[in-house]
Design a protein around this ligand. Structure first.
Ligand SMILES: [Zn+2]
Length: 129
């Protein structure tokens, strides 16, 4: 699990905050949680969107994941240009077959599911960098 050092909202001391993402209702939700040993604060929060620094910490722990489409089809191109509620890359520069997006594993899982709903098959690959 990824964690970052942040300030406790109760006492202002440094605390290790656990962070993660999960899929809920077709969206990526972020969450943070910590227990402060200084003042006893127990904080858990859900966040619609994690800050970039949190996403980078997650990718540092879980790796960066790529979404790969192995076939160039009109349907795939259409889905990537118009069909996805979110787009993580400039779809204008897409080259298929190839990697169409990269991010955290959870973000790529969501894209994979969204593409599957549009009858486009894609696969998650962990980036080797
Ligand atoms: Zn505290």
């Amino acid at each position: 699990m990824a964690s970052i050092i942040d300030k406790c909202t109760g006492c202002g001391k440094d605390v290790a905050v656990a962070i993660g993402q999960s899929l809920a209702n077709g969206k990526v939700m972020g969450w943070t949680a910590y227990h402060c040993s200084q003042c006893g604060a127990q904080v858990e929060s859900d966040e619609a969107e994690l800050p970039q620094s949190h996403r980078l910490a997650i990718m540092k722990t879980e790796g960066t994941w790529n979404l790969f489409i192995s076939k160039k089809t009109t349907r795939a191109l259409y889905a990537l240009r118009k069909g996805l509620p979110i787009s993580l890359n400039e779809t204008g520069k897409l080259v298929l077959p190839g990697v169409v997006a990269s991010g955290t594993k959870t973000e790529m899982e969501l894209l994979c599911q969204q593409l599957a709903r549009l009858s486009v098959s894609s696969e998650l690959r962990k980036s080797s960098d």
